[in-house]
Write a protein that binds this ligand. Structure first.
Ligand SMILES: NC(=O)c1ccc[n+]([C@@H]2O[C@H](COP(=O)([O-])OP(=O)(O)OC[C@H]3O[C@@H](n4cnc5c(N)ncnc54)[C@H](OP(=O)(O)O)[C@@H]3O)[C@@H](O)[C@H]2O)c1
Length: 350
């Protein structure tokens, strides 16, 4: 796969993706705004590279004119997407990314017709957020086609990478989100919680604004969706308290201070954690007649999984397996997509 460009290539997750792409024999062009970092990474793997800012229209046109697909790893995506997606549409270049941000999915879906006109596939969310949960949603919907409600949950003990922490900080003031009767509603941070089973153990789980609140609706058509993550009660209580200060947290000063702390302290999980941890997912659907189906899914550590699913999805797009316009991972490739990743196990629960 030579005609691929990876933007944000030298970030934590970008590097994992580049490393895997090279293992698979791909020769992508590496891109990012910091020339020295992108050059060093490209030289390590003997790959072509290019450096420019995310809002540099002319450089995007030069970089994309002979490329079939962009894999965007430069998040928070809410900051970069309004420049990057139009560049792909202008240059007829397929687009995929590793976002999990609801407003980014919304923006991309809003460009559905433009992408169809340009003949390009847009597939955001090809990482841990949302591939495994999206596949679990579709699997559950296939078991219960009359489902009206979907509950998803995950447990990932990896900790955060720098970019994920930035994304959390960037949208913390918006709180949580659910989908009710097709409409997305914002809720206070950590305002809902319940006990849910993760790998057979009941744990406290908190409602969050995970990408599936947007995407699962497009994959399954289910109009009511909530996503939870396993979280100790202590952390949940801190989030609830912090939620009351969201007006302060969104100020430029606090955002700047937060970014500085994240830059200093957050590095992302090391290789040992990525290779030893597993992510545990749970899903439930029900309908108005009292029918209920539950399932669990265990899969690889979230960042390792992201590097694998991102490239599986990119390859499938390049092979022409997705249609032009906005797609979700399972919507494009089916509920079995996650089972293509070695180590994934899925089970219907009684
Ligand atoms: N879907 C998933 O499951 C999943 C998994 C992993 C990560 N993510 C998301 O992916 C994003 C990256 O995460 P990460 O941990 O790899 O972060 P990271 O280590 O901070 O890397 C981010 C990369 O994007 C670049 N970037 C960020 N803002 C940019 C901007 N305004 N203009 C140009 N380049 C910019 C960075 O370049 P500079 O260093 O020059 O700023 C860096 O190369 C985050 O939004 C994270 O939430 C999602």
């Amino acid at each position: 796969m030579n005609n691929v460009i990876i933007y944000g290539a030298y970030g934590y997750t970008g590097r994992l993706i580049v490393e895997r792409a090279v293992e698979l024999g791909w020769t992508p062009t590496l891109a990012g705004r910091n020339l020295s970092l992108v050059k060093t990474l490209a030289e390590k793997y003997n790959l072509p590279f290019v450096s420019f800012e995310f809002d540099d229209k002319r450089s995007w046109d030069n970089a994309l004119k002979d490329k079939d697909l962009l894999l965007n790893c430069a998040g928070p995506f809410s900051i970069t997407i309004r420049d990057i997606l139009p560049a792909c549409i202008r240059n007829n270049t397929h687009y995929c990314d590793i976002t999990g941000e609801i407003e980014v999915f919304e923006y991309i879906q809003g460009n559905d017709q433009k992408a169809k006109d340009a003949g390009i596939v847009m597939l955001p969310g090809v990482g841990f957020d949302v591939v495994p949960t999206d596949c679990l949603s579709l699997f559950l919907k296939e078991q219960l086609p009359t489902a009206t409600h979907l509950e998803l949950a995950f447990e990932s003990n990896s900790g955060l990478s720098r970019g994920t922490a930035f994304s959390v900080l960037n949208r913390f003031h918006k709180g949580s989100a659910i989908r009710e009767n097709r409409v997305i509603k914002e809720m206070a941070a950590a305002s809902s919680n319940k006990l849910l089973p993760f790998n057979g153990k009941m744990k406290n789980a908190v409602g969050i604004a995970w990408g599936d609140v947007f995407t699962s609706f497009y994959t399954t058509g289910i109009p009511n969706i909530q996503v939870y993550t396993a979280m100790p009660e202590k952390t949940m209580n801190i989030m609830r308290k912090a939620g009351k200060w969201s007006w302060l947290i969104k100020t430029k000063l606090v955002q700047k201070m937060g970014r500085r702390i994240i830059n200093k302290r957050i590095k992302g999980p090391g290789a040992e954690k990525r290779d030893s941890l597993m992510a545990h997912l749970y899903g439930k659907v029900w309908d108005d007649n009292g029918n209920v189906v539950e399932a669990s899914l265990n899969t690889l550590e979230s960042y390792k999984l992201t590097s694998i699913t991102a490239l599986i999805c990119a390859e499938k797009i390049l092979k022409g397996e997705a249609s032009a316009g906005y797609n979700t991972p399972a919507g494009a490739f089916g509920s079995e997509l996650i089972m293509e990743v070695e180590g994934s196990t899925r089970q219907l629960l009684d």
